[in-house]
Design a protein around this ligand. Structure first.
Ligand code: ADP
Ligand code: MN
Ligand code: MN
Ligand code: MN
Ligand code: MN
Length: 335
């Protein structure tokens, strides 16, 4: 007997990578082995030397095929075993290890937008829906578009064993959010990439596209972000560490270092309007949805907890945002 392993990897498309996958049939009891693919078709190689290597790093049940079938997330390597330049997970590994003793946790809020053809789901053909107001966490066919996809995606994430912690309808019609976490840096990012793959794959069954575009509709509509909630053991135990982390993120070149790697099209979303801070001005504040970094009100009351970096775009690479936050905040907290 045999089972199906769906090998999933992140390609080399600029500025925002795409997910790719293909199926390998394995004998019962066999572990998914190292495999290969044609990197010239994924922006990861030139045609004359195009073999690239898929190294399995995270495996979970395949909630679509069911049974013994699995999803296999891979890192991409050169044939000599070096990480490919598109492999951002390889950059996170040593940083996660260096600061492992601080026990970083992340909760990432993934916003996204469904499209039917060239229009967000729920936008009438040739016109616009009523302005923002009733859609966020709404109910009813006049406010909600695509719930059947969202519910199926949630069930599939749970069946795969992902650390999904919730879902909600967002501020624009056809716009939604799911959250992954709390979990460590590698785990939250691996689960996020699988959850994204399941989202595209599930929406595909409905003839709908899910996009992580940071500003999917121009005009007076909210963009799509990936608020990244972050804590270390010290932050979960005391307020000084919370402030140290907020200050560290504002020091010197740090705001630019982060913002330039927080996803493509960040200036189009972080305008200072629509519950955002302007991209070129760092700030933090309690309960402040117009700040770059928010300290939730309950955290100020409890004098411990976590912070929310509100800057990352929906299309951010979770391996990158976790690496930057661990590196910046844990370095400062170590002092
Ligand atoms: P918001 O109120 O900004 O919409 P959400 O409820 O959507 O926040 O998401 C908050 C995320 O933060 C969840 O994924 C949650 O699991 C995560 N979280 C909770 N506590 C912590 C913590 N101490 N450290 C990191 N992440 C946390
Ligand atoms: Mn072939
Ligand atoms: Mn949220
Ligand atoms: Mn949201
Ligand atoms: Mn948030």
């Amino acid at each position: 007997m045999s089972y199906k392993a769906e090998y999933i990897w992140i390609d080399g498309t600029e500025p925002t990578a795409l997910l790719r996958s293909k199926t390998k049939i394995l004998a019962d009891g066999a572990e998914p082995p190292v495999w290969g693919f044609d990197g010239s078709s994924t922006n990861q190689a030139e045609g004359h030397s195009s073999d690239r290597v898929l190294r399995p790093v995270f495996t979970c049940p395949d909630p679509i095929r069911g049974g013994a079938n699995v999803l296999v997330l891979c890192e991409v390597e050169e044939i000599d075993g070096e990480p490919h330049s598109s492999n951002s997970r390889a950059l996170l590994r040593p940083i996660a290890e260096q600061f492992a003793a601080q026990e970083s946790w992340f909760g990432i809020e993934q916003e996204y937008t469904f499209f039917k053809g060239s229009r967000p789901l729920g936008f009438p053909e040739g016109g616009f829906p009523a302005p923002q107001g009733p859609y966020y966490c709404g109910v009813g066919a006049d406010a909600i578009f695509g719930r059947e996809i969202v519910e199926l995606h949630l069930d599939r994430c749970l069946a795969a064993g992902l650390e999904i912690s919730g879902i909600n309808a967002e501020v624009m019609p056809g716009q939604w959010e799911f959250q992954i976490g709390p979990a460590g840096p590698l785990e939250v990012a691996d689960h996020m990439w699988i959850a994204r793959w399941l989202l595209y794959r599930t929406a595909e069954e409905f003839g709908v596209e899910a996009t992580l575009d940071a500003k999917p509709a121009r005009g007076d509509w909210n963009g799509a972000g990936a608020h990244t909630n972050f804590s270390t053991k010290a932050m979960r135990e005391g307020y000084d560490a919370i402030i140290t982390a907020c200050e560290a993120l504002g020091e010197g070149d740090k705001p630019m270092e982060h913002i330039t790697q927080y996803g493509s099209g960040i200036e189009s979303r972080l305008t200072g309007a629509h519950e955002t801070a302007p991209w070129n001005k760092y700030s933090y504040g309690v309960s402040d949805r117009g700040a770059s970094v928010r300290i939730p009100w309950q955290v100020e009351v409890d004098k411990k907890g976590y912070i929310e970096d509100r800057r990352p775009n929906a299309n951010v690479d979770p391996y990158v945002v976790t690496r930057l936050l661990v590196n910046t905040c844990c370095s400062a907290l170590e002092k």
